[in-house]
Design a protein around this ligand. Structure first.
Ligand code: MF3
Ligand code: CO
Length: 285
């Protein structure tokens, strides 16, 4: 009989196997997708990502203070660039795969990857996602928040709130020695219960030594387990929740801006998380 071939992804650091190694290898031998050892951060790397996350949070706190009706998204971009570089860090989006600015600003029906512009002026009632990513000493962090400009209508208000709850519920579903697929299942349940949909074309991701690492963190129920989550892994959860259909398109003109297919509003919140022995810890508070 043919033996099923097991993909060897996890390579222990030394020949003397630790309890941790044995635990991962046991999952690997059962045929589950396990992380490579590069995805499991050392304490020093975790400290680096944590420091990066502190600056990232500082940027978002600054935007929270400054954002207002009448402001252009280009002004937000300048604030992000100046704060980040003043703190010895680099805005990760700038020149990333040709992205032209330091931050993504996504208003109303824009799902994500909106490009800041002098011509785009925030108006009363807008909901905007500001997605900030920072590189400090080579370590990456990534987080985004929604801001409501003045007062918006109750539907948008609820969308913003439910999207935040989706992030929190997704984070609670992320458990060590369980699978990444639990996250999307929990998020989708909450979004659907509230009459909203979950974007499928974009996902969360491992982060830390690069902007986007394994695993992919889906925000809907893929019906697959996905990768095993173990302590030391660092990843984002960043559900994009739509008021109407989950389908999206990319603006042909700029090649970046992702918009909901029916052009109904969309909301997203994101944090970078560290997996610990008993659940996730937020690295971008
Ligand atoms: N910040 C986004 C994320 O959450 C990535 C944006 S890529 C960029 O993964 F080039 F648009 F900045
Ligand atoms: Co991200």
């Amino acid at each position: 009989m043919q033996k099923r071939k097991i993909k060897k992804r996890y390579i222990p650091a030394s020949e003397t196997l630790t309890e941790f190694d044995l635990r991962v290898l046991d999952f690997q031998n059962q045929g589950f997708l396990v992380p490579t050892r590069q995805l499991i951060k050392t304490p020093e790397q975790i400290e680096g990502i944590r420091r990066s996350g502190k600056i990232n949070t500082g940027v978002l706190d600054l935007i929270a203070q400054e954002i207002r009706a009448g402001m252009s998204t280009a002004e937000i971009d300048r604030l992000v660039y100046d704060y980040t570089t003043d703190h010895g860090a680099i805005p990760a989006p700038l020149n990333y795969e040709g992205f032209p600015k330091s931050v993504c600003t996504s208003i109303n029906e824009v799902v994500c990857h909106g490009i800041p512009s002098e011509d785009e002026i925030l108006e009363e009632g807008d909901i905007i996602n500001v997605d900030v990513s920072t590189i400090l000493d080579g370590y990456y962090s990534d987080a985004s928040r929604m801001f409501v400009i003045g007062k918006t209508d109750p539907d948008r208000e609820r969308l913003v709130r439910v999207a935040k709850e989706c992030l929190e519920i997704g984070a609670e579903a992320a458990k060590p020695w369980h699978f990444v697929g639990e996250i999307g299942k929990a998020i989708a349940r909450h979004a659907h219960k509230n009459g909203f949909s979950v974007v499928r074309d974009l996902c969360g991701h491992g982060v830390g030594l690069e902007f986007h690492e394994e695993p992919e963190v889906e925000h809907y129920d893929t019906r697959h387990k996905g990768m095993l989550l173990v302590p030391g892994m660092v990843f984002t959860i960043e559900p994009m929740i739509n008021m109407g259909t989950w389908e999206v398109f990319v603006d042909e003109e700029d090649g970046w801006t992702v918009v909901s297919e029916d052009e109904l509003p969309s909301a997203q919140w994101e944090h970078t998380f560290l997996m610990t022995e008993d659940g996730v810890e937020v690295l971008t508070y």
